[in-house]
Design a binder for this molecule. Structure first.
Ligand code: ZN
Ligand code: ZN
Ligand code: FE
Length: 747
């Protein structure tokens, strides 16, 4: 009889892995034991058919498990018990890993819809394969007493399920039922309304009212997505005129409005239940102002029992946007909801399970190049990402990230833990959230960094805080961090050689003290050189240039000798003032920002508002136009290290006067960027100066730009993002890798 010690690494704790092993071993007549320890799950097993056992471990693993490695070694069978047992975790030293929150599983969904079941209609039904995790966690180790379920004592029926290894709810920490668990209620003007909460909520929604609904990681504001009146009311109350609103619906509801490919269906149904951007095809029944001018809609499936019950009762798509004041984080407590959301909401769906951690909905899309993560949050965090080869034994690092899309990264023992999306750190409340999350993750990962990596921009809150940690600091340039984040995500080895990096981004401080944006670098984890860039232009008014696309158009047109065109296109704008200030160099820093170039072109076409209400508004409008065209002939950009923009603006003006459509011009503009950068990157490959091409930076969230650039590089080794955001959300991961590379070189 053979005996083995089997080590399983990956996401294998808190996901029902031990009872799964127990069930499997008993089924196969094996003896031995299974336990959790600091490295994952350890199995000691003896019997016949161990090959089949190991194969089944992988094939039949519980839904939330992710096996990264299985390591086997021989064992003396004499030490094993006669049966098969689950050994309790060794107290104190073991840190059970926390898994992300997971959408309601099919078995639980069946239960809440079954009138005979104990949990019929119960909003907090969950099991080992689904339910809240990170959002209810107060401290580690992850057990009920340290979650917001601690207040609810288990009834005897729940306790029996919890203790039974054969039950789906064995050690499901948030286990609950209507007898012992949290409850929901419907509230108006601070008063509980008597009656069934879901029925009251559905009735209010039917009347076109706006509700605040307490979810998993925060409150949502919801309304009937078919009612233009309700959506317009929500927009006016939230003072959010145009930013697309997320939707919640069932698959048939989504199919009525959008095409869904197989990979998109898989994404929607993922345990993370992200918002997925889907191509709009119909949706005549939806309110027009949900996503004005957009060719895509953001949908998510109901992901908690409460959502399912509401969806069943209301039977139509809902707008589900985050419940917050503009610029502030999403509200999580009942008290804050009453204080802050009362001005938006006619009623509240409340419950008495506290949210320990704010988590926004994740946002993802499927492009021809694979999946794309736009916002890394609920359902995806906390998750570890393997470090590339060569970084296995690196010291522990804390990387602080950027400013506009705050997120930090901790590394330890060959893994990187990238935080969830925290938002714009300019907002003081969001900054508080950042600091709280950093303390949380530090405890979670049992982390004590050897040094800190920060962005070179000294005005960033995260940079300033990083410098105050009392640790050695490695300063990393913004665009270099983007390069390394993409390399790291693709597991590019530390000694893998240099790459050409096309970084099309908003704003980031460069090594020459100017604000970089659209750059072609050649480099690796240890360093970089700039090979080409977009021709710089002034950002007139600094932050105002970010808000007002026409300011960027004015500068580009003036620079191209088309001042008269600018006069004609923006007759009412304060052009003289802006021109005077920029000529005098007053608050008009030079920048090669690719994001602002998008703004300039959109403003020239007149497809964006005078003042944008969110950063990517103009760029998204251009992408939507280009999407309806195919590849189009690029405008000329010269041949040198500066990608000149004068010919581009002349070309656009010629096309406009010749009566070409906005769609054609938008497509030509995308093709111009793709062609200009890809041509120069290919040259680096041919000259042997780079081994592959990296595509990164916030502008690569634009699926048309990504697709065109990938096509322009066909036949070459291209690395892009599929699991982490291309935007500043993954900056911290790149900072950490560069930090390690330069810290260790320095000694
Ligand atoms: Zn379940
Ligand atoms: Zn119970
Ligand atoms: Fe950036």
């Amino acid at each position: 009889m053979k005996a083995e010690r089997i080590r399983i690494r990956g996401q294998v704790q808190g996901v029902g892995f031990r009872p799964f092993v127990w069930t499997l071993a008993r089924r196969m007549g094996l003896r031995g034991r299974v336990l959790n320890d600091g490295e994952g799950v350890l199995i000691e097993v003896a019997g016949d058919g161990l090959e089949g056992f190991v194969a089944a471990l992988r094939q039949e693993a519980p839904p939330l498990a992710r096996i990264d490695a299985v390591e086997r070694s021989a064992l003396e069978a004499g030490t094993l018990p006669d049966g098969f047992e689950i050994v309790a975790s060794a107290g104190g030293t073991v840190h059970t890993r926390v898994t992300p929150d997971a959408a309601t599983c099919p078995a639980c969904l069946e239960e809440i819809r079954d009138p005979q079941a104990r949990r019929f209609g119960y909003s907090f039904t969950n099991c080992t394969h689904c339910g809240p995790r990170f959002s209810i966690l107060r401290a580690l180790p992850y057990d009920r007493a340290r979650t917001t379920m601690a207040e609810f004592a288990m009834c005897s029926a729940c306790a029996a399920e919890y203790a039974d290894p054969a039950d789906r709810r064995f050690h499901a920490q948030p286990i609950a039922c209507p007898e012992c668990g949290p409850q929901i209620w419907f509230e108006r003007d601070g008063q509980t309304v008597s009656g069934q909460a879901i029925a009251l909520a559905a009735a209010a929604l039917t009347q076109g009212q706006i509700l605040a609904i307490k979810g998993l990681g925060g409150f949502h504001l919801a309304c009937d997505a078919r009612s233009e009146r309700a959506v317009a009311l929500l927009r006016s109350r939230k003072r959010r005129p145009s930013k697309p609103l997320a939707l919640m619906g069932t698959l048939p509801m989504i199919r009525a409005a959008c095409t869904i490919s197989d990979p998109e269906t898989v994404r929607l149904q993922d345990a993370a239940a992200p918002i997925v951007l889907l191509k709009r095809t119909g949706g005549a029944q939806l309110a027009p102002s949900i996503a004005p001018g957009q060719t895509t809609l953001g949908w998510m499936l109901p992901y908690t029992p409460l959502h399912h019950a509401l969806m069943d009762a209301f039977d139509a798509p809902l707008v589900m946007t985050s419940g917050n004041l503009t610029g502030e984080p999403q509200v999580t407590s009942n008290a804050a909801a009453r204080a802050k959301l009362a001005r938006f909401a006619d009623g509240f769906v409340m419950h008495d399970r506290d949210i320990a951690r704010r988590l926004d909905d994740s946002v993802e899309r499927i492009t021809p190049s694979g999946p794309m993560v736009l916002r890394h949050a609920r359902g995806r965090a906390p998750a570890t990402h393997p470090m590339p080869p060569g970084f296995e034994n690196a010291p522990q690092v804390l990387a602080m990230g950027g400013q506009m899309k705050g997120a930090f990264c901790l590394t330890r023992a060959g893994e990187a833990l990238l935080s969830h999306h925290l938002g714009d750190l300019d907002d003081p409340l969001t900054w508080d959230e950042y600091e709280k999350a950093l303390a949380d993750y530090t405890a979670l990962f049992d982390h004590s960094p050897a040094f800190v990596a920060v962005d070179a921009h000294e005005g960033f809150r995260a940079t300033q805080a990083g410098r105050k940690k009392g640790l050695p600091v490695v300063t990393v340039y913004h665009h270099h961090a983007h390069l390394a984040a993409c390399l790291g995500e693709n597991l590019w080895p530390r000694d893998g050689g240099k790459v050409a990096a096309i970084i099309l981004d908003g704003l980031g401080l460069g090594e020459d003290g100017t604000i970089w944006g659209g750059e072609l670098l050649v480099g690796d984890y240890t360093g970089f050189a700039r090979v080409a860039r977009l021709e710089p232009a002034p950002l007139p008014g600094g932050d105002l240039a970010q808000r007002d696309p026409w300011r960027n158009a004015l500068m580009r047109l003036d620079g191209a000798g088309l001042a008269q065109v600018a006069d004609q296109l923006f007759p009412d704008a304060p052009r003289g003032l802006v021109r005077h200030a920029s000529a005098a160099g007053i608050n008009a820093p030079m920048s090669s920002s690719c994001g602002r170039l998008f703004d300039a072109v959109a403003a020239m076409l007149g497809i964006c508002p005078e003042h944008q209400t969110h950063e990517a508004e103009a760029a998204m409008a251009l992408e939507a136009l280009a999407q309806t065209e195919g590849w189009a002939a690029p405008y000329p950009t010269g041949d040198g290290p500066v990608i000149t923009t004068a010919p581009l603006f002349h070309g656009i003006w010629d096309d406009l006067t010749a009566g070409r459509t906005h769609e054609q011009i938008a497509a030509r503009f995308h093709a111009t960027l793709a062609d200009a950068f890809a041509t120069r990157a290919r040259r680096l490959l041919h000259e042997g100066r780079a081994e592959a091409v990296v595509l990164t930076g916030g502008c690569f969230q634009n699926a048309v730009l990504l697709d065109y650039t990938v096509r322009a590089l066909q036949g070459h080794h291209v690395l892009s993002h599929t699991r982490l955001p291309a935007n500043d959300g993954s900056l911290a991961f790149g900072q950490a890798l560069i930090g390690i590379a330069s810290y260790e070189t320095r000694g």
